[in-house]
Design a protein. Structure first.
Length: 1246
């Protein structure tokens, strides 16, 4: 022992350690010869300390040469981020740290090493736990547990650093006579942490339960001293550590309970789940004590916690605390807690929730047909592997970087042998050892089973075969969440697969009794739906009645945006509670908190689930008296949504007491929705009074850019001028409400204005919003910038072309004037302002004329598409407007738009509009097609004085203007002599609007009808007649299309087209009479035989019908196509620019770029079918270069998983018309290529 201590004091390194350290610091010699050796002498023997100043002179470059030791993570030790020399130094220090033992730690040497590393970095990339921790100490531990770690995604590397935990830190602090409080902060604090997965691993070493628990039990005073300096994240981590150990939880029970009622919502949320570690009686005593002894916030939060954790038995204690409480906000919180427990009592009074008996787990057995399927799958895989290996060998003959993946796959498949199918069937039947049969080739085994879904489609492929397949996959994870399982469940779910049966099966194969519960409450990327989405509710809720703890955890996590693979999903948990016959009393208090809380996460979902709870309206009415403004607002909104007329007296009472403008707005809106007369609140006098009062308050700071002087002078609907203060207050109020979609109150306000005034107000606000959001440098500033950089850039392009001609060819071709113009536009394109913080003002656009709204927003979306949030706010503001043009505009975005989030936002807004009107999305599309002012006969009448003019549609669907004599005019004439000068102003305005609207209508409806054809949409005959055939514009469009009539069973009755005189004729000119019970859809060559398609092509040609789009020239692809991809034009060569033009011509757009700006596909979305089509090619990078390229394959993806989920759809699941159209597009792109090249893979760069 004495020798160990002596060695530690003398810092005698072993030879290996000294070598590792030398190699780990050798980069210092780049700055000064011999500097590495001087540092080694200083570290080991305490040599000249002046070396620290010499190292610091070269900071931060010296630190970068050492791999940035102050960083808590190392992005380059395992990759190509750092040069090899730096990675070698990190590797050497990693081995040095792994060689440190706790018993023989050279303390003085480690301290001096930390100071050398700190001198090299000098704070450049140091990630600090807390400001009070010395930099040398922070850098030392960051380097040991972060920067030098070789594999950021493996815990194995940390096991080699067994000394680097709280014990070593404590020893170093004691040696340096530093307070232990610093050690506590280094372990728990997170002020500089990014919260990455690597950060979690780093602190796993410091958070080792045994050593850390011993430290906490022995040093309570130091934990108490560090506590006030901890951030919310640090306190949350402390709570987790306390709650994870029974012994620590016993000693720190009081602290844990205080953390659970902390002022930070993050700390409360993360601490509450660990209260289960505290002994129940002690927990009750601590919580009841806090009800009276805590500070104001603690008492209020304690009331909610008591209700959630202790149940109805706690009501007397809450009532006693309420009697003593003097703080009104806390009184409100206690009353809310009592109310939630009363809701629990009411629910318990009717609750008799007993799970039905669990069905038996039935075993099925696969037979010889399964062996045949597996053998076929193996043979197909083997043939593809041989071909791939041969192609790989050919490529390797010329490739600089040779690969052996395909050859290895061929070898592995061959090793399985032809008799492997029988063995695999035996394993699936439970007669063999899965690990022995699959071995290291489990991935190939799983591929054999899942290939094309053939085996899983067998009726005898049952539950046990499914879970045994999971064991083959990797022998440990749950089966849930994989595409094959989803497909199996879709086929078998409705037949009655009880989750408890699945759990039995999983337990039988050793997956653990809780695996099923964990799997069902996880969201799987790209999965279209797990068991809880597919199975009937009665086969779901009984299972979770037996596993309530996971729902507890999921509900406790609401508000936590961090991701962890082991955490249950909160949204899935709430959705799951909706599947219970009634919400169990256990979860009512927490659901009420979520439904009426200040956080918006899952608020609507919780409210939907709670609607079935007895007495829920009473609980929401009580929330009108909450001390929290957001809760009062949400309670008012929810009561209105429920249509709860009994709440009107309580709402009026709350309105009388309310002092906050936004809460008043919510109360008034609720009263109006519930049918209460609030006209006395909307009189000009009352509105002016409210405005004057509101404007005395502090206006939102972000509105400083808003020029109120430019607001229009408005008029009341009933006559009279609006005081400007009222309109100004509406702008301020809308911004405070922060919702772009006008609520019921703001809509009422706008309805008090004359329609022209309301429209003018909205237009002015929208234009000002856009002007602020697009504010950029002036022309003069753009010219000045171009003068500064253009010459240098021109020279750079010319020089670059000499060194890298392929890369710089396009730029080098630019003239000096063109470079100057690009630089000028670049500068002027910068955004200097933003109005997104004031998006609430867009609520005032709700009454704009549709044509004006679209004409303003559409160019913004085209020119400023990167302003995604602003675009979403604008279209949300427009979604309240029932103007047909606005609705059609939203429908167009929902069907197809370049930005996924904007498209999804539009889709949700369309659903909201449809719901508001009681229609489906398709019905909404039909019922809101604008008419451009045309009457049912297709005419718009205009007057100038006593003269009349008429607008009709010509053969090209453009407006034709004529006078009373039928003469076609190019424009409306000026007023005659004696007529007022403005006599023709209104007529000209109508004609101008008609022309603009018609152009938009024709383009939008043509695209909508094409999508409807591809999706196979059907109309009832009455709806088709009313909303399409009889519509003044749509009627002309449907005349240019061929339609099909089918009966209720889908049998084809007629194929016809509408004519100009209103009749319906078939290809032989026979008149067709439609049956009122039939259904109509757009015809296509994929739906009729070739002879009929040819007949219709001839008919349309003979009659010279100007068709909207082709319907009869694109048949279904060959029957030989199967699987999930079309590849019959794979390897057709071209170049990237030609392919780009070809893709764009058929309506496809570039997919999002990946790392390094690389992209390899173009896509097109068909919203009604919820399918995205993707055409792949060999790829290109941004900025785009014109290089050799090859067309690859055509695939189809479900849009339900988001743009990047990549849920490929089988060709047999694609609607036939959509498949035929996309197949033809694929071949159209191929026609732009030079043809197939067998060596295409050798000729493309990627």
């Amino acid at each position: 022992m004495f020798d160990k201590l002596l060695r530690a004091v003398r810092n005698a390194f072993s030879l290996d350690s000294r070598t590792y350290l030398r190699n780990g610091l050798d980069g210092l010699d780049k700055f000064e010869r011999g500097l590495t050796q001087r540092c080694l002498v200083f570290i080991e023997d305490g040599g000249d300390p002046a070396v620290l100043a010499d190292v610091a002179r070269h900071a931060p470059k010296a630190g970068e040469e050492l791999g940035s030791p102050g960083a808590a993570s190392n992005p380059g030790a395992w990759g190509s981020y750092h040069p090899q020399a730096i990675r070698d130094r990190l590797h050497a220090r990693s081995q040095f740290y792994a060689g440190i033992s706790l018993e023989e730690a050279p303390l003085e040497a480690l301290v001096r090493l930390g100071k050398v590393l700190e001198a090299a970095d000098r704070g450049n990339k140091i990630e600090r736990s807390a400001p009070s921790v010395p930099d040398w100490l922070q850098v030392l531990f960051n380097d040991a547990l972060g920067a030098s770690v070789l594999d950021q995604y493996s815990k194995q590397d940390f096991k080699k650093r067994s000394a680097w935990d709280i014990r070593l830190l404590q020893t170093i602090l004691a040696h340096e006579e530093l307070p232990l409080v610093l050690g506590v902060l280094m372990v728990f604090e997170r002020k500089s942490s990014g919260g990455t997965y690597f950060d979690q691993l780093k602190h796993d070493r410091m958070l080792q339960p045994g050593p850390l628990d011993d430290f906490m039990l022995a040093h309570r005073d130091d934990i108490d001293k560090a506590f006030p300096a901890m951030s919310a994240a640090g306190r949350a981590l402390l709570a987790k550590r306390i709650g994870s150990s029974k012994a620590v939880a016993t000693q720190y029970a009081g602290m844990l309970v205080r953390l659970a009622v902390n002022g930070s919502s993050t700390v409360r949320r993360d601490s509450a789940p660990y209260l289960a570690a505290v002994e129940p009686e002690k927990l009750r005593a601590l919580l009841f004590g806090l009800l009276t002894t805590g500070d104001r916030d603690e008492r209020g939060y304690a009331a909610g916690l008591v209700a959630r954790l202790l149940g109805s038995d706690a009501v007397p204690h809450l009532e006693e605390a309420l009697a003593k409480e003097t703080s009104k906000p806390v009184q409100t919180d206690i009353r809310a807690a009592i109310a939630s427990l009363e809701a629990v009592s009411e629910a318990q009074a009717v609750e008799d929730l007993v799970a039905p008996p669990c069905p038996e787990l039935e075993e099925t057995r696969l037979g010889s047909n399964a062996v045949e399927i597996l053998q076929r799958n193996w043979e197909e895989m083997m043939a593809a592997a041989r071909k791939g290996a041969e192609e790989e060998r050919e490529r390797n003959k010329e490739a600089q970087y040779k690969t052996n993946y395909a050859e290895r796959r061929e070898r592995q498949l061959s090793s399985l042998g032809k008799g492997f199918a029988e063995k695999l069937v035996a394993v699936l039947n439970g007669d063999g050892d899965a690990a022995k049969v699959a071995g290291e080739q489990w991935h190939l085994t799983y591929e054999m089973i899942s290939r094309e879904g053939r085996l899983m489609a067998l009726p005898e492929f049952g539950v046990m075969q499914l879970v045994r397949t999971s064991r083959l996959r990797n022998n440990k994870v749950s089966v849930v969440g994989f595409p094959e399982f989803d497909a199996w469940l879709q086929r078998n779910g409705q037949g009655g697969v009880d989750l408890r049966v699945l759990e039995k099966a999983m337990t039988r194969v050793g997956l653990g009794s809780d695996e099923m519960a964990k799997a069902c409450l996880k969201k799987y990327w790209g999965s279209e739906g797990g068991p809880t989405d597919v199975l009937p509710p009665d086969f779901v809720w009984p299972f979770f009645l037996q596993h309530p703890e996971l729902i507890d955890r999921a509900l406790a996590r609401i508000g936590d945006n961090s991701w962890s693979p082991d955490q249950p999903d909160s949204g899935l948990a709430i959705d799951l509670l909706g599947k219970f016959p009634q919400v169990p009393a256990r979860w009512l208090p927490r659901l009420l908190e979520i439904a009426l809380g200040e956080g918006k996460s899952y608020r609507r979902e919780a409210q939907q689930v709670l609607l079935r709870t007895p007495g829920i309206a009473g609980r929401v009415i009580e929330a009108l008296g909450s001390g929290k403004q957001e809760t009062r607002i949400e309670a008012a909104r929810w009561l209105a949504e429920m249509g709860e007329a009994s709440a009107i007296p309580a709402l009026n009472k709350a309105l009388e007491k309310e002092s906050r403008e936004t809460a008043k707005a919510a109360l008034l809106a609720a009263l109006e929705r519930l049918g209460e007369d609030i006209s006395h609140y909307l009189s000009p006098e009352m509105l002016l009074k409210e405005a004057q009062k509101g404007l005395k308050g502090k206006a939102p700071a972000g509105l400083a850019w808003f020029n109120y002087a430019t607001l229009p002078q408005c008029a009341w609907r009933k006559g009279g001028t609006v005081d400007p203060a009222i309109v100004q207050w509406w702008v301020v109020l809308a911004c405070k409400l922060k919702e772009p979609a006008a609520n019921a109150l703001l809509q009422l306000y706008l309805q008090q204005l004359a329609p022209a005034s309301a429209a003018a107000l909205g237009g002015t606000v929208l234009r000002m919003f856009i002007a602020q959001d697009t504010r950029g440098p002036s022309l003069e500033e753009g010219i000045a910038f171009a003068n500064q950089v253009a010459a240098a850039r021109y020279k750079e392009y010319q020089d670059g072309a000499k060194r890298w001609p392929d890369y710089y060819a396009t730029l080098a071709a630019l003239s000096m004037e063109q470079v100057f113009e690009r630089a000028k536009q670049e500068k002027m394109g910068e955004y200097l302002g933003s109005a997104i913080g004031e998006k609430g003002a867009l609520a005032l656009t709700a009454a704009m004329q549709g044509q004006e709204f679209v004409s303003i927003v559409q160019p913004f979306m085209k020119n400023h598409y990167i302003r995604r949030s602003q675009i979403e706010a604008m279209i949300e503001g427009g979604s309240v407007n029932d103007d047909p043009q606005v609705i059609q505009f939203l429908l167009g975005i929902a069907r197809r738009y370049r930005t996924a989030s904007v498209q999804e936002k539009a889709r949700l807004l369309v659903l909201r509009v449809a719901e508001r009107n009681g229609w489906s999305e398709d019905q909404l599309s039909d019922r809101t097609v604008p008419t451009a002012g045309l009457d049912d006969g297709g005419t718009l009448e205009l007057t100038i004085g006593e003269r009349r003019f008429f607008v009709t549609l010509d053969e090209d669907l453009k407006p034709r203007l004529s006078n009373e004599e039928g003469k076609v005019l190019k424009a409306l004439p000026d007023p005659r002599q004696g007529e007022p000068e403005d006599a023709g102003k209104e007529a000209k305005s109508q004609f101008s609007s008609c022309k603009k609207e018609l152009k938009q209508i024709v383009a939008m409806q043509q695209a909508r009808l094409y999508d409807a054809m591809c999706a196979g949409r059907r109309w009832s005959v009455p709806e088709w007649r009313e909303f399409l055939h009889a519509h003044p514009v749509m009627g002309r469009l449907v005349q240019r299309l061929v339609w099909m009539e089918t009966d209720a069973d889908g049998k084809l009755l007629h194929v016809f087209r509408p004519t100009e005189d209103g009749s319906l004729i078939d290809a032989d000119d026979n008149e067709v009479e439609l049956d009122e019970g039939s259904q109509l859809q757009l015809a296509h060559s994929a739906l009729v035989d070739a002879a009929l398609a040819g007949q219709w092509q001839a008919h349309l040609k003979d009659y010279k019908v100007p068709v909207l789009f082709g319907q009869m020239a694109r048949p279904l692809p060959p029957d030989s196509l199967e699987g999930k991809a079309v590849e019959d034009r794979k390897g057709w060569m071209s170049d990237t620019f030609t392919l780009r033009g070809a893709f764009t011509k058929v309506g496809y757009q570039r997919s999002a770029a990946e790392d390094g700006g690389f992209f390899c596909s173009y896509f097109k979305e068909f919203g009604p079918a919820r399918i995205r089509t993707v055409m792949e090619f060999s790829g290109n990078t941004l900025p785009e270069e014109n290089v050799a390229a090859a067309l690859k394959r055509l695939t189809f993806e479900s849009m339900s998983g988001g743009r990047y989920a990549q849920n490929e759809v089988g060709l047999d699941k694609v609607p036939p018309v959509l498949l035929a159209e996309c197949y033809a597009d694929y071949h159209a792109v191929a026609k732009q290529c030079v043809g197939f090249d067998p060596d295409w893979e050798k000729k493309v760069p990627w």
